[in-house]
Design a protein around this ligand. Structure first.
Ligand SMILES: Nc1ncnc2c1ncn2[C@@H]1O[C@H](COP(=O)(O)OP(=O)(O)OP(=O)(O)O)[C@@H](O)[C@H]1O
Ligand SMILES: CC(=O)N[C@H]1[C@@H]2OC[C@@H](O2)[C@@H](O)[C@@H]1O[C@H](C)C(=O)O
Length: 392
């Protein structure tokens, strides 16, 4: 049977529901956008569904064991099933919040448990998500890039660049999640991107160790402490910071920094890790210095980190909201955008974003849905599993 055409409407757009569960392990972000994979014509509602504490703890344990874990591990399967059900709930709740948004496709990132040169591993059961939500699901966004020789991350730059299209260049978008990453759009419109180093992950782990609270809420600890700048310089001597973009990181790549900071008290340690994060962003080797930085991700809620960044960066720092973006939903929106790009056969990564040798497509479609394209049924579709280009 010939593959049905993509379900794009006459204006070329789809309603995509993007799902991201980031490296901070705080939960699932879900967001709706309307897009043709090039620009965004509407931003819909979004929500965050926190992981229950036991799922968060199981995932945290998996990060430690991931390098030696096999895919048939019972702990892995259990965690994967549990996190998939949280994603199912996130889809259901967002659809209930936005009954007017008929969803065409879900973009499901999954949970990264390991990211190393030549290997990236996101867990999550796309078939279960598709069956339980009755929607087509695009997933596995990173492996084609890695198979082609890329880093597999960051993937948000094409979305950042689409949103930054009307700003004066050079301009940058900065995401401070568990790991931090930036996208620079240069004076002549080229996109350059990389992970910059730790975002909130080290500070989260430090705060949890010292206070039992999973993050340094509002920078309270760091604001009471004094950064050990000599230690910050030693931490910045890591070879990662001398590599030019593109480059990427695992959440655990800088975990040893926690031991180095270990002798400091809770507040000084938090101040030192905050300064380390800010300096690692500011010292990223870039060919041009952006005039403006638009910051998204949970780190922008931390005033200690934002103050350190404002001091360290040459340009002006703005929260993403200044452009009308939702800085907490941007990565989820991104995976809706990338799902549509995947269906359209458009690249998800470029040599300057992941180091892949040439512009690279990616993502795989899984459809266990009885109504394959949500509201827009194929007139002659008799299959529950349409076979477009990247079908499972
Ligand atoms: N009020 C706050 N004060 C301090 N930090 C905060 C606050 N709110 C959120 N954060 C930080 O933001 C983090 C969550 O950020 P975000 O959701 O962007 O991460 P993520 O999407 O999991 O990460 P990544 O982008 O690496 O995938 C929390 O773990 C916490 O460190
Ligand atoms: C392997 C992986 O999941 N990386 C994440 C992580 O979180 C931030 C940074 O590190 C970025 O590289 C990426 O996420 C975003 C969404 C990205 O791919 O752009």
């Amino acid at each position: 049977m010939p593959a049905p055409p993509p379900p794009f409407t006459p204006d070329g757009s789809l309603n995509a529901l993007g799902l991201m569960s980031g490296t901070s392990l705080d939960g699932v972000d879900a967001a709706l956008i309307r897009t043709d994979g090039l620009s965004v014509t509407a931003h819909g509602p979004s929500l965050t569904l926190p992981y229950p504490a036991h799922i968060r703890q199981n995932l945290r344990d998996l990060l430690d064991s991931a390098p030696t874990l096999t895919s048939d591990s019972a702990a892995l399967k259990e965690a994967e099933h549990a996190l998939t059900l949280v994603h199912v709930q996130a889809v259901q709740r967002l659809r209930a919040l936005a009954p007017d948004w008929a969803v065409d496709v879900v973009g499901f990132h999954g949970q990264t448990i390991l990211h190393q040169p030549g290997r990236t591993w996101q867990i999550g059961d796309a078939a279960c998500l598709s069956a339980q939500t009755d929607l087509p699901v695009v997933h596995d966004f990173r492996s084609a890039d890695v198979a082609a020789g890329g880093e597999g991350a960051p993937l948000v730059p094409l979305y950042h660049a689409a949103l930054l299209r009307n700003r004066p260049y050079p301009v940058a978008a900065l995401n401070i999640g568990g790991v931090a990453n930036l996208t620079l759009v240069t004076r002549d419109g080229h996109i350059l991107a990389c992970d910059t180093g730790p975002g909130n992950a080290l500070l989260d782990d430090w705060a949890y160790q010292h206070t039992g609270i999973p993050c340094d809420t509002n920078g309270q600890l760091a604001l009471q402490g004094t950064a050990d700048l000599a230690l910050v310089d030693r931490l910045l001597a890591h070879p990662f910071f001398h590599k030019p973009a593109p480059k990427s990181l695992d959440r655990m790549s800088f975990h040893s920094a926690l031991a180095q900071v270990g002798a400091l008290g809770a507040a000084d340690g938090a101040a030192t890790l905050t300064a380390f994060t800010a300096q690692s962003i500011a010292r990223t080797l870039l060919p041009e210095q952006p005039k403006e930085w638009f910051v998204c991700g949970g780190g922008r809620h931390n005033p200690a980190l934002m103050a350190a960044l404002a001091q360290a960066l040459p340009g002006t720092l703005h929260p993403a909201e200044q452009l009308g973006w939702n800085g907490d939903a941007l990565e989820a929106e991104c995976f809706g955008f990338l799902a549509v790009r995947s269906l359209a056969g458009l690249p998800l990564s470029l040599p300057t974003t992941t180091g892949v040798p040439s512009a690279q497509t990616g993502g795989r479609l899984t459809c266990m849905s009885i109504t394959p394209w949500g509201r827009r049924l194929w007139p002659d579709a008799h299959t529950t599993s349409p076979p477009p280009p990247h079908s499972d």
